[in-house]
Design a protein around this ligand. Structure first.
Ligand code: C2E
Ligand code: CA
Ligand code: CA
Length: 880
């Protein structure tokens, strides 16, 4: 039993069989009477009953599939006291005869033999109740009231709708009327035991308002179990008082039938029963009932759907059929009399019957048969959270949006998420009982875990870093990104499946090398990231240099050696989130892979680069749509006659009055995407400019545009270029495409196709930066380009050595033989021009003539075309 409920035990309690399924919460008539205990170490909770809130309506018994509810009555005390010789008389509920027509007399006989004294059927008390009700209705004009033989109804009103207490009939129930009669009229001073269909009757019996008239509530179910267990049946014996239609009280509508018997069929009694319907009926109609605005003579309210015949203390097996009701029908028939002086004479009119009834009980004083009620609402108040409190609870339940607050699946037992939140607010439940909260937790956990190794994944690393950062512990660690240097070989040798096994083994080994609060997560493939304590990091880094494993390969034990490379970061408090830690470590790892050491610590410089890169990626899309990128033009000159023969378009990012050079953003866009969009944008700008010059009557020159190798993998890229040219109606001789040769060969297929495509379309192609990559000569062999663009480095500084002469001379000759023209870029000095001229390389581009310039300036060059002979220095000055 939970601490919270200790000392608040009622008649109903939860047994060890409870599995915490919440079904009882769903059926419970009183919010909070079924309350979930805090989950135990295994996350399990059970549903306890709060005795002060519970009205013993029995709904949880009916719904529980686990037999996890039991109740307290006085059966054991009764038998103990009886066998100890205590004087006890019996008040027997009429439902007992209906339920056990065969055993009725044998039970009474058995009890008689054990010493029970009087045997009074409570039907007789019911007749008195009817008499009292009618007296109140006819003499005191008590209309629109609520019947009260059912202690669950009384209990509910006393606890939850105390404003209706004045509407409860002040007349005692059949049980109490029988008891009062026995005491007052028959002078019975024995203890009284009620043979009872109902758990709740104990509440009525124990109610101080009823002054200890009855001592024992002996329910049918417990009584019969006891009788059978000890075989206590005796010689048949019968109850001793004759009674009338009070015998039909236990059936649904019994009271109504009694009233009609005396007041005629027109008397409108609103009859309502069943836990679910009854209490919501009272709640929904309380205003009208309170104000006396209902048209009913009174409301006959019963907790149990089928009346007391199938009350909460009866045996379940019996009420599955209507058998008890069949029995009651024959009892009812025998209750009706022929004698004309009887209140139960069929032949009389209702008025005559009522006269007889009043006559029968004329010696009784109504004051002896009335009762009082107690407002118990204070013991079971429920607090309603205000909006802010409710919001807090929802957030705690991970319910952040409106949708998640209206799932209303009722798995928790409550009809709505809001009800659950209110229950949590009042301590009746807790968020772990919300299936969606748990699902989210599981999903979150799955989301943070690498399925193959069971280690946390990248997101798990971030989450862990956040926790450490929040608790100020992060700075105790160094982060360390590990990559298996020889994983390619392992993959090749073992195949994918066994290589996966290697990863798993390696992960386990790494984990075993970490101690205490150190941490490891798996990133993609053969990458791990660890948080290692600073005092342990050198030992760790030393160990990961090389680790041996035994692997079973094709039935043979093999020894494998795993070497790791590490990119590390000192978590000194500058880097606070998982993302930036990972980015920096990855950066350091890249350096480590190319360096001599097997590890590398990230530097401040790397961090700045990362920040810049982040900034570029974040601002690029906007900048592009804002038109911040412009094409600048750098002239190409034929040094034979110093005329302008072409130009290269070079992108500039104009940010306010700042001009950002391509080196700051092109590599980022090439690596992380965006370059293709930018190149097409600049190419379009070039075509637009050419179209403008043509329309203005100028004679344009050929403009080369730069394309990244990344562009070529875009499907249909060549076609898009042609489409743009077509849309501006640009003659193909005005366009040249510059592609940089690269050191990788993997996209040579793409390059080859692109070059062919362009060649067929008659568009000139230039191989840019020729001589800087090491596949240059292969390229010349494999691809047909139109222009070779010699990199600046060819002529930098050393333009007079014999070696330069030979190399350049041969390249120029080779190009000539392959029908390619040669241009040199980065020409800054007149001597370089002279040198190139000797090698018959007459096309140049460089600061000697012009720097890249905006379109407006370039337009002037287009008009002049010829550079002042002998005065190039001046130009250099002018454009510097
Ligand atoms: P690149 O295609 O080799 O362009 C030549 C670079 O050399 C240009 O730098 C140009 O300004 C510079 N240059 C020209 N003459 C001289 C000189 O006499 N001395 C020196 N020191 N430099 C000279 P820029 O404009 O900064 O461009 C750098 C690189 O950015 C380009 O190299 C190219 O690879 C790339 N790039 C520029 N625009 C684009 C573009 O629209 N698309 C693509 N994909 N890449 C571009
Ligand atoms: Ca270029
Ligand atoms: Ca170049």
């Amino acid at each position: 039993m939970s601490e919270k409920l200790e000392g608040r035990v009622g008649l109903v309690y939860t047994t060890e069989d409870c599995i915490g399924c919440n079904k009882c919460i769903r059926e419970c008539s009183c919010m909070g009477a079924c309350a979930s205990t805090e989950p135990d170490a295994n996350g399990k909770s059970r549903i306890d009953v709060d005795g002060s809130r519970c009205i013993s309506c029995g709904a949880c018994f009916d719904t529980c599939e686990h037999g996890a509810r039991a109740y307290i009555d006085d059966t054991e005390d009764f038998f103990r006291d009886l066998s100890n010789g205590k004087r006890i008389s019996l008040l027997i509920a009429p439902a007992f005869l209906a339920n056990y027509p065969e055993d009725y007399a044998k039970v009474l006989g058995g009890l008689k033999e054990m010493g029970a004294r009087h045997m009074i059927n409570v039907s007789f008390g019911a007749d008195i109740t009817t008499w009292g009700y009618l007296k109140y209705i006819t003499e005191k004009d008590f209309k629109g009231g609520i019947s009260q033989p059912c202690p669950a109804v009384v209990g509910y009103i006393e606890r939850y709708i105390p404003e209706l207490i004045p509407k409860l009939f002040p007349v005692q129930s059949p049980l109490m009327c029988a008891a009062i009669y026995a005491r007052h009229e028959m002078g019975i001073m024995d203890g009284l035991a009620f043979i009872s269909p109902c758990i709740q009757k104990k509440m009525e019996i124990d109610d101080p308002n009823n002054k200890g008239l009855v001592q024992y509530n002996v329910t049918f179910a417990h009584l019969m179990a006891y009788m059978r267990e000890y075989n206590l049946f005796g010689k048949p014996y019968n109850d001793e008082l004759e009674y009338g239609l009070g015998s039909v009280y236990p059936m649904r509508g019994g009271l109504k039938e009694n009233v009609s018997w005396f007041m005629g069929e027109e008397a409108f009694v609103r009859e309502i029963g069943g836990e679910k319907r009854m209490y919501s009926f009272l709640e929904n109609n309380k205003e009208n009932i309170k104000e006396g605005k209902t048209p009913f003579l009174f409301i006959d309210a019963l907790n149990c759907e089928n009346g007391c015949l199938c009350g909460t203390g009866t045996e379940e097996g019996l009420y599955k059929t209507d058998k008890a009701l069949y029995n009651l029908c024959s009892i009812r028939a025998s209750s009706m009399k022929e004698e004309r002086n009887s209140a139960w004479a069929k032949s009389l009119t209702p008025e005559e019957r009522l006269r007889n009834l009043n006559e029968q009980f004329s010696h009784l004083k109504i004051e002896d048969y009335i009762r009082e009620y107690t407002d118990r609402s204070n013991e079971c108040r429920m607090e309603m959270p205000d909006d802010k409190e409710l919001e807090g609870i929802f957030l705690d339940m991970n319910k952040e949006d409106e949708k998640s607050r209206h799932i209303n699946c009722s798995c928790c037992g409550y009809a709505t998420c809001r009800d659950m939140a209110v229950a949590i607010f009042n301590g009746f439940n807790h968020r772990d009982n919300c299936i969606h909260y748990l699902k989210d937790l599981v999903a979150e956990k799955a989301h943070l875990t690498d399925m193959a190794t069971g280690l946390p994944n990248s997101a798990g690393f971030d989450a862990h870093v956040e926790v450490l950062e929040n608790s100020g512990l992060l700075k105790n660690f160094d982060a360390c990104h590990l990559n298996i240097r020889n994983f390619g070989l392992i993959n090749e040798h073992y195949g994918k499946e066994e290589a996966d096994e290697v990863i798993l083994r390696y992960a386990t080994r790494l984990k075993s090398m970490l101690t205490g609060d150190e941490f490891i997560a798996r990133l993609l493939a053969d990458n791990f990231i660890c948080l290692v304590r600073k005092e342990h990091i050198w030992e760790f880094l030393n160990a990961i240099k090389g680790l041996y494993f035994n692997m079973d390969h094709g039935g043979k034990e093999e020894n494998i050696f795993i070497q790791a490379v590490a990119g590390c970061l000192d978590l000194d408090g500058t880097y606070r989130d998982g993302e930036s830690i990972k980015a920096l470590c990855a950066n350091a790892l890249r350096t480590a892979k190319t360096g001599n050491s097997h590890y590398q610590y990230a530097t401040l410089d790397m961090w700045e680069k990362i920040l810049k890169k982040k900034h570029v990626l974040e601002t690029f899309p906007r900048a592009l749509s804002n038109g911040e990128f412009k094409a600048y033009y750098q002239p190409k000159v034929d040094t034979v006659n110093n005329t302008l023969v072409g130009a290269e378009a070079l992108v500039r990012w104009i940010k306010g009055n700042k001009v950002i050079p391509p080196s700051e953003f092109i590599p980022v866009l090439e690596e992380d995407g965006g370059i293709c969009e930018l190149d097409l944008y600049i190419f379009t700008a070039v075509c637009r400019d050419i179209r403008g010059w043509m329309d203005n009557g100028m004679d344009p020159v050929r403009i080369s545009a730069n394309f990244s190798r990344r562009d070529l993998s875009e499907p249909g890229f060549a076609k898009r270029l042609k489409d743009i040219m077509e849309s501006y109606d640009i003659p193909k001789e005005y366009i040249e495409i510059e592609i940089t040769e690269t050191a990788t060969e993997e996209d040579n297929g793409l390059l080859s196709r692109f070059l062919k495509d362009m060649h067929n379309a008659g568009i000139a192609m230039a191989l840019d930066d020729f001589g800087t990559g090491y596949s240059s000569l292969n390229l010349l062999r494999d691809f047909s380009a139109d222009v070779l663009k010699l990199d600046k480095s060819f002529i930098d500084g050393h333009t007079n050595t014999r070696r330069d002469n030979i190399v350049l001379d041969h390249i120029a000759q080779m190009a000539n033989e392959l029908d390619m023209s040669v241009i040199t870029e980065g020409v800054e000095q007149w001597e370089q021009v002279e040198f190139l001229k000797k090698l018959n390389v007459n096309l140049v581009q460089g600061y000697l003539f012009d720097k890249p310039m905006p379109e407006e300036d370039f337009e002037k060059r287009l008009k002049e075309k010829v550079y002042q002979k002998g005065d190039p220095e001046k130009k250099i000055e002018k454009n510097a």
